[in-house]
Design a protein around this ligand. Sequence first.
Ligand SMILES: C[S@@+](CC[C@H](N)C(=O)[O-])C[C@H]1O[C@@H](n2cnc3c(N)ncnc32)[C@H](O)[C@@H]1O
Length: 161
Amino acid sequence: MLDFGCGPGGYVVPLAQVVGPGGRVIAVDKSPEQLALLEASIEGTPERRVIQVLRTNGELTLDAIGTGSLDGALLFDVLQHVDEWTPLFEALRRTLVPGGLLLVNPSHLSHPGRVDAGRLETTLERARFSVDRRVRNRVVHYDRLREEEILVCRAHVALSA
Ligand SMILES: C[S@@+](CC[C@H](N)C(=O)[O-])C[C@H]1O[C@@H](n2cnc3c(N)ncnc32)[C@H](O)[C@@H]1O
């Protein structure tokens, strides 16, 4: 599983618990400060063994991650920081297995102008994701739980010739 824009890692340990000892969680962020918080919180925990912390310079291409190597990815509360979504969605499409799961919490949907819901769905579909459903569930916001929308998407399965 990939957590892109993981910040201090509110979802990283839960993901590690879900994937178990045989799985792997890649926690990506461009902020050394956020990743230092994550590193401090996971140090010495059993989950640390399955967590790979990856600092980037903000690039959206996910070059360090192999094609078709991810079962799922999280984009939680991060799209409002990303100007061009298409390169990121295309990189996710490449790194996910066919039919792989993409969960998007377009936080700030409630703040008009931050993340445009219509543009989000259109851009996802152009990058060959289907938006299967929208669920409302609890998300972490600055150590508080809030109920927000999560888009449950799937990478299209390539049709064979
Ligand atoms: C509001 S925080 C959300 C953190 C976490 N996903 C959560 O929901 O708690 C947004 C995070 O995205 C990271 N971020 C923004 N743009 C990024 C980019 N282009 N590449 C990697 N990380 C990015 C920021 O550094 C920040 O840690």
